[in-house]
Design a protein around this ligand. Structure first.
Ligand SMILES: Nc1ncnc2c1ncn2[C@@H]1O[C@H](COP(=O)(O)OP(=O)(O)OP(=O)(O)O)[C@@H](O)[C@H]1O
Length: 752
């Protein structure tokens, strides 16, 4: 394979540190393998080089490619992950008596057990309900994440706690971190985060140990630099010492692990701050997709302030990539069926979601259409989600009244969404309810230890359960709405979640279920049947995964699902988005779209959901038109003579002529196409905005009705000059109103 000029420059880099900014699909592995072989050929001994990869699979890929291209018998450098380096350093420092010997807690349950103990020690003397809430598996997971973050960010736990946005019942985290450390020490255990944290702490504070590990390397090459955290960055500095030349390769536009401590600034600025002068190399040509997508990806990140000044360019021989935007599940199904009709397989496709909650609608749609699929996480199949199963349980009770006598079924319904009552108390209660079919007397011992609010809520839930069998013929979506409203489920889920994001995901899941019940089938039994279908992952099916899970991967067909404001970028009224988070969401969108090779379909829900701003930012229509024009003009492009003779350039109107011109110049097509500013921005976002801003009303806006009180506008439709609004009133539920006639007052500052 002939390397590009940019790739060759990286391979031949001479002396000093280097920073390589590589766009998605730039052939990093090919280039870095060539770099290693170049250094070996120049006489650098293999043992004086270290290659650091992001994870084990990247390391295996790299090693395989290196072995296949190296001359027979050639000694090869070590290719490692940070964890494996940390492991070895831990062993050495232990042998030298600098670190106490410890066992790695390799299984999740071992670590979780200690986290539970740590939480209980931190909450000694607290009331039983608080202690039980702290043991909730999600909260234990959040505590584990907190402990890891302290070690990744090398920050005092108090400071980190203040900075992170943690939910209720997390006040004990700082003390629990300390208790966890004490437990690890007592029991001689360590976690994966300790593999880096302990040696790093030791090396940074002990010059003698540092002297023993420094100076062995001349070259360190590190991949995916944009996603490393502070602890990794500092360990890298120790390993490189003052002698080794560091080559950091990455793409600040693909930094998507800020929640694990990564920052785009590590690539953009901090590298120079840590290592000093470096030569910058771009790898700007992608070998993954065509011009339409490359151009659109450039548009998609253009609004970010923290980004490299680098264009992503499609290589001339790449497949063309078609871009499309559509709405709803029917469009997704049609695209997958069309793909199969063209003789392509579902396994060549992937549906990407911002969060797992959004995958529920995709799963239900595919199930109903009979399209095979698989998930990158088996615990995310609809029939395995506890919240979905509990809601299905409420529907089932409406259809099968006898379930009111089944204590097991009652326990499911009494525990989800959580009533914040200890499980053994619920167990005792449901046994009696199933048997006697009436609420206990006031002085019944079963109620004695409950707080008045707990009693009230449980009684309300029982009354709802008794009512459900009479509503068996109600459409599934109405039944679900009723349950959610009566149980105040949104508030409960938000309160119960250990992380704000998790609470919001659960609330979104409620919405999605109600929407799907409305869209797919109104018959409760048919909907229940869908929720219960025990599909296992179909090997030859289309993959559903999250954008984070798609890092580094590619597919001929990519459908990006859930491009709605609030879903992607992710935010809500209670959790508004700031500039920094918006930039990370934009990078996530950039990563998502650049997974596609031949076809990218971007889907939004429609209805009350506004399309994501990322759709209009991606300028997909402009980019598709330019790609079409480039294909038409390709003959003229090849024929220099035509251009020289002053052949007519095709002129296109685009939203951002400067960006497009720059792109065309870089690929040498400025002779064949010219661009002018568009007189109107043609994007679905803009068209939709014109609609929802009819009479100035916008979805998400708060209004006060003279009779119904305050409410949020959830739909604006019809003639923009006289739109019909659907408003979700706090007291009066959803109502449809003709905006012109309704006695509405706008609440400028949101909910008043
Ligand atoms: N100079 C080149 N000319 C043609 N094809 C190339 C060139 N460099 C890389 N490629 C092709 O691009 C694809 C991706 O390359 P490679 O496997 O090296 O990159 P990667 O590290 O997996 O991708 P990424 O850059 O996204 O991390 C491969 O199919 C490779 O053959």
């Amino acid at each position: 394979m002939k390397l590009t000029d940019e790739q060759r420059a990286v391979v031949g880099h001479a002396g000093g540190h280097a920073r390589v900014a590589a766009v998605a699909g730039a052939g990093k592995t090919t280039t870095l393998v060539a770099r290693v072989l170049h250094l070996l050929a120049a006489g650098v001994p293999a043992r004086r080089m270290l290659v650091l990869m992001f994870n084990r699979s990247a390391r295996e890929d790299f090693t395989a490619k290196l072995v296949s291209l190296a001359p027979a018998g050639q000694a090869l450098p070590e290719v490692r992950t940070f964890h494996s380096i940390g492991h070895r350093l831990t062993q050495s420092l232990t042998r030298w008596g600098r670190l106490a010997p410890r066992q790695l807690l390799a299984a999740d349950w071992q670590r979780e057990k200690l986290l539970r103990q740590a939480a209980m020690r931190a909450l000694e003397g607290a009331d039983p309900a608080t202690r039980e809430a702290a043991l909730d598996p999600e909260r234990i997971e959040a505590l584990g994440h907190f402990c890891e973050m302290v070690k990744a960010e090398l920050e005092a736990p108090e400071m980190l706690k203040e900075r992170l946005d943690l939910g209720e019942h997390t006040g004990h985290f700082v003390e629990a971190f300390r208790q966890m450390e004490a437990l690890l020490e007592q029991q001689g255990g360590m976690t994966y985060a300790d593999l880096l944290y302990r040696p790093l702490r030791c090396l940074e504070s002990d010059a003698e140990s540092r002297a023993r590990v420094e100076g062995f390397l001349d070259h360190v090459i590190i991949d995916e630099y944009q996603d490393i955290n502070l602890a990794q960055q500092r360990l890298l500095a120790v390993l490189a010492g003052s002698r080794a030349a560091v080559m950091a390769v990455g793409d600040a536009n693909q930094c998507i692990y800020e929640w694990r401590g990564a920052r785009p600034d590590y690539m953009l600025q901090r590298f120079a701050a840590s290592f000093g002068e470096a030569t910058d190399y771009p790898l700007s040509t992608t070998f993954r997709h065509g011009h339409a997508l490359a151009l659109s990806a450039n548009h998609a990140v253009r609004a970010n302030r923290r980004r490299p000044d680098q264009l992503c360019l499609a290589a001339p021989g790449n497949p063309r990539t078609s871009l499309a935007v559509g709405q709803g599940g029917a469009r997704l199904i049609a695209a997958l069926q069309g793909w199969q009709r063209e003789g392509r397989t579902l396994a060549e496709g992937c549906v990407l979601v911002r969060s797992w909650a959004l995958s529920v609608s995709v799963q239900l749609q595919l199930l109903r259409a009979g399209i095979a699929f698989r998930l990158s996480r088996d615990d995310r199949f609809v029939f395995r989600l506890p919240l979905v199963q509990a809601l299905a349980g409420y529907l089932r009770l409406a259809r099968q009244p006898r379930l009111l006598n089944d204590p097991e079924h009652l326990l499911l319904l009494f525990s989800q969404p959580t009533p914040f009552v200890a499980r053994e108390r619920l167990q005792a209660l449901v046994v009696q309810l199933a048997d006697r079919q009436r609420w206990p007397e006031r002085h019944d011992p079963l109620l004695a230890e409950l707080k008045p609010i707990q009693r009230r809520n449980l009684k309300k839930r029982w009354e709802l359960l008794c009512e459900l069998p009479r509503l068996g013929n109600m459409p599934a979506s109405r039944l679900l709405e009723l349950v959610v409203e009566r149980l105040d489920a949104e508030k409960v889920l938000k309160r119960a979640a250990a992380r704000r994001e998790k609470g919001e995901e659960d609330v979104r899941l409620l919405d999605i279920l109600i929407e799907q019940a409305e869209e797919l089938t109104q018959a409760p039994d048919a909907f229940l049947e869908l929720l219960d279908r025990r599909i296992e992952g179909a090997e030859d099916g289309v993959l559903i995964t999250t954008v984070h899970g798609a890092k580094g991967l590619e597919w001929p067909l990519v459908a990006l699902w859930g491009l709605n404001e609030g879903d992607f970028p992710h935010y809500s009224r209670d959790n508004p988005i700031d500039d920094e988070r918006l930039e990370e969401e934009r990078r996530l969108f950039y990563v998502a779209m650049t997974r596609a090779q031949e076809r990218l379909l971007m889907l939004h829900d429609g209805g009350e959901h506004r399309p994501s701003r990322f759709l209009s930012e991606s300028a997909w229509r402009d980019c598709q038109r330019i790609d079409d024009a480039l294909a038409e003009q390709s003959d003229a492009l090849i024929s220099d003579a035509l251009v020289k003779e002053g052949a007519e350039k095709a002129a296109l109107e685009v939203g951002d002529p400067a960006l497009v011109e720059r792109y065309l110049r870089r690929i040498g097509a400025d002779g064949a196409l010219s661009v002018t500013p568009a007189t109107r921005v043609a994007s679905p976002g803009a068209e939709y905005a014109a609609l929802v801003h009819g009479m100035g009303f916008a979805v998400g806006e708060w209004v006060r009705h003279a009779v119904f009180g305050p409410g949020e506008v959830v739909v604006v439709e019809g003639d923009p000059r006289s739109p019909v609004l659907e408003v979700r009133f706090e007291q009066a539920g959803r109502r449809r109103l003709i905006a012109e006639r309704a006695p509405l007052e706008r609440l400028a500052g949101g909910r008043a």
